[in-house]
Design a binder for this molecule. Structure first.
Ligand code: GAL
Length: 831
């Protein structure tokens, strides 16, 4: 990863008409320079928008990253499978920039971390490159197209097609953009690979491969110096060597050095080193490149499973799509950090980046937070899953994109496996293994230090057709009942649940009686967690199977967060097939998450927490607001990691239940299980209790001592709003966010579990509302608006400061009939 630096921006008017102010940027840095600011944007076809003198005065001004689709209203006219938002059609971005004449002689590069999609890039009217795949970064050489000493124009056309995704892809330049002016002798894009072939307590031996480019027409001699620093910035090793470079050529050189008593990267102490590499000629520094890396050892063994630094770790994983709920796909570091923290608090230690290369930010955060990652390249190969999918680009781009992913990501200690595909349809083809072999070989030609994996859903065919035999670690989607049999047949295989459960639910919503189906006429799914597509099953089954098959590496549940699009089980009559999914509008976002679209935990979140964490906890469901159901039996479920739980209703004990002894029958709809009747779950404790308003209280005990307690009260009428900011102090970098939870409570402050009041937001000070949401998959209230109805009592306002903000933000929330609330968010230069 290159170190980044955003340089000061001044104003230059002399060189141009001054219809608009062009930032004067100093490009002399040896590091990448942010190129996100001051772009112009317009949707629709434009014949001449690539031209230098095209008049874009009427276009919208904005800073990147940007997702145009999330800014538009939800509409039944769009495919609800991709979120009910306009993710297709043509759109253009343009930016003018000054290139001082002193930069002449340098090589000029522009680097896009991701453009959704079918990007074409033009400099001063000339096309310099294209990239169909929206999830991959790319760098283009713009040197020969630039006018030095003049204003230049970059134009980017995006042309995502309709029916090109199975979920919400976002639209536009949704990841960061950078430029760099480099000496003709420089380190190539993503051009370092740091390997640690020997690791012990005493030392770590590093091999640093460096791809050096000499674009001069003459042979050149250089020195390359690499300095390795620990997390505190202290030098722990260095090496300098001299090299000869042929003219107009690229060469990979290797440097080796040793770190004494290395700090090992682990989940508890994710220590990161950085290698700063300089290319020098005499005293002149031609290039500088900073690579972040970790020293850690991973092993995958048929008997012991996954070992990190010699210790077995069960993978407690989640699959995550890339969108950030109300913010859409536009990448934001704080949004990702919050998402990963919410997942860690659930007990998660692993992420599968379903089903595409993630943002760089996600991987940087996983490195820092001690999460391990399966980096996934593709959702399909040559056989498509949607009409206009990536399969159209497969022949030309698959090798290029796969190599690009590995080269970009290979220094991240968090990455433990490369996934070459999810549920690829080639599983069903006799010769599908050939493509698997080709991709596995490409992967290994880039990196032999991590295994190749893939997620299979047609397990028998993937095995019979020998596709599964081509990969190192075999992922099975939704077949825990087959784990033991597969291990019996293939004792040498290393296996894990690449996708598990796929249970669906709506936060805070419960149907009675408790049945594994959607209630007639409802567009919400009960949070007793029994409902899903035919391949789905409650988390309990996976827990049980993993306990019975300890050789299985672990699981990646589908999904950690809800995501935009794929509103299963509300797909209309075309459910489970391709095509438009608008039969059940307005459902337009997923119900699969353990947390909803805003990151508010659903009940299922706590079921995982009870299995994956040790800090004592107890959770109880449902709510206790059952107006009109007085005297009716309400099943109460509790999740805990303690030994026993006692239930009190209005102070009266309904008895203690012992975890692992008192079982709860769970009705199953999984196609291979349903004939067997209910599963007796040892992961939930339950009581059947007649409803009387008041309170329910669960008390968890270990060694007979109380270790956790939770109370739910019957709420009175909605009375006032409560605002809870996750942070009342944020950085004034124009990017940082405060997530403000909006709660509706009764006059005594009791949370109103069924409230649905519409909340209006008002912001003053140096900031804005970056997004609003409520986690309701059927809400079509825009995420970029100024109001949002609470869904089962909760909503979210995401507040963002302006660049160089100083005046604190005041967020005020009002609603008809409720007392209002406000919260203040202040600034600090950096946090
Ligand atoms: C899987 C698929 C995921 C998602 C999930 C929903 O088969 O790999 O992308 O669609 O089903 O259950």
């Amino acid at each position: 990863m290159k170190n980044i630096k955003v340089l000061g921006i001044g104003l230059l008017c002399g060189l141009m008409s001054c219809s608009q102010q062009i930032p004067q940027q100093d490009y002399e840095s040896l590091e990448e320079i942010s190129f996100n600011d001051q772009w112009k944007f317009s949707r629709g076809k434009k014949a001449d928008a690539m031209k230098k003198d095209f008049n874009d005065a009427s276009w919208k001004s904005l800073d990147l990253p940007h997702d145009w689709a999330i800014e538009e209203p939800f509409d039944i006219a769009y495919n609800s499978r991709t979120g009910g938002l306009p993710v297709h059609g043509e759109a253009w971005y343009r930016k003018e920039f000054n290139v001082p004449s002193k930069m002449e002689g340098k090589k000029a590069f522009i680097h896009f971390e991701g453009v959704m999609n079918n990007a074409e890039v033009f400099i001063n009217g000339k096309k310099i490159g294209e990239r169909p795949y929206g999830y991959i970064g790319f760098e283009l050489d713009m040197t020969q197209y630039l006018n030095f000493g003049e204003i230049n124009t970059v134009a980017v056309k995006c042309a995502p097609e309709d029916l090109s995704a199975r979920w919400y892809p976002g639209a536009g330049i949704y990841r960061d953009v950078w430029v760099e002016f480099k000496h003709p002798i420089h380190i190539a894009f993503d051009g370092t690979f740091i390997k640690t072939p020997v690791i012990s307590e005493e030392k770590a031996e590093l091999v640093i491969d460096i791809d050096v480019v000499n674009s001069l027409e003459k042979q050149s001699s250089i020195d390359i110096e690499t300095i390795v620093q620990n997390q505190k910035g202290e030098k722990v090793g260095n090496i300098t060597k001299s090299y000869k470079l042929d003219k107009n050529a690229q060469k990979t050189v290797s440097q080796t050095l040793t770190i004494e008593q290395p700090e090992i990267w682990s989940m508890e102490n994710p220590h990161l080193y950085s290698a700063v590499t300089y290319i020098k000629q005499g005293d002149e520094v031609l290039d500088k490149y900073v690579s972040s890396f970790g020293v850690r050892e991973i092993e995958f063994l048929a008997k012991e499973g996954f070992l990190l630094n010699g210790e077995r770790i069960q993978l407690k994983g989640v699959c995550l799509h890339h969108d950030q709920g109300p913010l859409g796909a536009a990448v934001n570091r704080r949004a990702k950090e919050r998402q990963l923290q919410i997942m860690k608090d659930m007990g998660v230690n692993a992420i599968r980046t379903s089903h595409n290369p993630p943002s760089k930010v996600l991987l940087e955060l996983c490195d820092k937070m001690g999460l391990v990652v399966i980096d996934e390249a593709f959702d399909n190969w040559k056989i498509g899953k949607v009409e206009n999918g990536y399969n159209k680009d497969w022949d030309k781009w698959s090798e290029i994109d796969l190599r690009a992913m590995i080269r970009r990501d290979r220094n991240h200690p968090s990455i433990i496996m490369w996934s070459i595909g999810n549920e690829i349809l080639e599983q069903t083809k006799k010769d599908g293994w050939k493509e698997a072999r080709r991709l596995a070989r490409i992967t290994k030609s880039e990196d032999t230090s991590r295994p190749v994996t893939a997620g299979f859903n047609y397990h028998p065919l993937a095995i019979v057709n020998k596709l599964a035999h081509e990969i190192d670690v075999v992922g099975f989607n939704y077949f825990p009942m087959r784990y033991e049999k597969i291990l019996e047949e293939y004792p040498e295989w290393i296996v894990y649940g690449s996708e598990t459960s796929s249970c669906t639910s709506s936060r805070g919503y419960y149907d009675l009686p408790v049945e594994p189906k959607v209630a007639e006429g409802s567009k919400q799914v009960t949070s007793y967690d029994l409902v899903g597509p035919p391949w789905a099953y409650p988390p309990d089954l996976e827990f049980d199977m993993l306990e019975k098959s300890p050789r299985i590496l672990g699981e990646f549940m589908w999904t950690g967060f809800d995501y935009l699009g794929e509103p299963t089980p509300f797909g209309g009559k075309d459910n489970w097939t391709n095509g438009y999914w608008n039969g059940d509008w307005p459902s337009h976002s997923s119900y699969f998450g353990a947390a909803d679209l805003c990151g508010f935990p659903k009940d299922r979140y706590f079921l995982y927490q009870s299995q994956w964490t040790k800090t004592p906890m107890v959770h109880v469901l449902p709510h206790w607001n059952w107006d009109g159901k007085e005297g009716e039996i309400i099943p109460i479920h509790a999740f805990t990691n303690a030994e026993e739980v006692e239930l009190f209703v209005n102070g009266k004990s309904f008895g203690k239940k012992v975890k692992g002894v008192d079982l709860t029958p769970i009705k199953m709809t999984h196609r291979d299980w349903k004939k067997k009747g209910p599963m007796m779950s040892k992961y939930r404790l339950s009581w059947d209790v007649p409803f009387t308003p008041g309170k329910i209280e669960v008390v968890a005990y270990t060694d007979k001592k109380e270790v956790a307690r939770k109370v739910i009260k019957t709420a009175g009428k909605p009375h006032h709003i409560v605002l809870e900011a996750d942070r009342n102090l944020i950085a004034s970098d124009g990017k940082d966010l405060s997530y403000v939870t909006v709660k509706v409570v009764d006059k005594d402050g009791n949370f109103c579990y069924t409230a649905s009041n519409d909340i209006q937001f008002e912001v003053s000070g140096d900031g804005k509302i970056a997004g609003v949401g409520n986690g309701d998959a059927t809400s079509v209230t825009p995420h970029k608006g100024k109001h949002m109805e609470v869904f089962n009592g909760l909503a979210l306002a995401i507040i963002q400061g302006t660049k160089n903000a100083s005046s604190p933000i005041k967020l005020t929330a009002t609603a008809e009939g409720l007392a209002s609330a406000e919260t203040i968010i202040s600034f600090q230069q950096s946090l």
